[in-house]
Design a protein around this ligand. Sequence first.
Ligand code: ADP
Length: 398
Amino acid sequence: MNVLVVNCGSSSLKYQLIDMKGEVVLAKGLVERIGIEGSILTQKVEGREKYIIKQPMANHKEAIKLVLGALVDSTNGVIKDMSEISAVGHRVVHGGEKYSNSVLIDDEVMKALDECSKLAPLHNPPNITGINACKELMPTTPMVAVFDTAFHQTIPEYAYIYPLPYELYTEHGIRKYGFHGTSHRYVASKVAELMNDDLKNLKVITCHLGNGASIAAIKDGKSIETSMGFTPLEGIAMGTRSGSIDPAIVTFLMKELNYSIDEVNDVINKKSGVYGISGVSSDFRDIEDAAWKEDNKRAELALDVFHYKVKKFIGSYAAVMNGVDCVVFTAGLGENSPETREAICEGLDYLGIKLDKEKNKVRGKAVEISVEGSKVKVFVIPTDEELMIARDVKELVK
Ligand code: ADP
């Protein structure tokens, strides 16, 4: 069974074709600049040169048509024809309160996704566009929606309700939803496998540290708390996002400094985080270079702030779960920066977290990095949201 996994952004589209027998990635690719000048598709197949198509793509339907063409291409493709794609899995950012699991897409689901768009105006509309485009081109192929929010639907009410007038929740859906759920779910299931235990027996803290970053507390196999909230802005400081700040800063900026709504949005989403503090970059590699090679004090401060925020969440999630058995680092930074992991884990020995500095010198591999006998085990686990999506599709379609 081959599953096509599609992740549509506003002007980009990532895809993977996965053969579920052995969970092998047959091809993966990226389409960029959809609807703008310079549209380009890049497809990678293990052991082959990259296949690049540069041609105008006015919209997502044209982009997906090209993706399908690239997959069945007689020299650069990996399948003979489209009938070899058994099903399609779509990453959808927001499923609101309606979806706590992945779901086969029908008209009712499409309506619900549309309703969720007001909660994720930047993300859900391109996801919906992608689904519609695939439905037009593959009308008989089953499609599944896999939501970033779904895994966190098990968070208890006292943890997801904001201390605001209750009607804002009942009438406008203002509550914590949480994001990166597919990634947290994937690494949690993987850590249980590595610990040779059932996830239901473990208290796990998963740290998804990439450009966007979030942390989750997983107990009895369920997410019971996560750092992102109503939107993916809450929580720890990120590449360019502020994370949690005193909400009065927003009104101060508007009242005292005359910021418009758009300007405030721009500042807290695109000009803050480690980029805002360092003034260097949103990319942690650049900030680490500036801090350690150029002795840039603001870059150092940005890293200190980031590590401190993550550490605080780990401590509070240990409290929330009444203990912790393992901590997992994943995503771009979590998988690739030993220095970040060391800085975060430093001083957490009272919790029983003891990192092995030698084992920690690892990038992008699923391994334990805590010392032999550490009460809390620490792991690096590369995330694989596409595989998780494909597994859900297989489960639902069979
Ligand atoms: P997203 O999917 O949210 O865009 P990723 O999970 O791809 O983010 O992570 C991107 C981040 O990971 C970037 O800030 C990048 O600097 C960081 N990163 C990737 N590789 C390394 C590395 N070797 N050392 C430090 N940071 C890294």
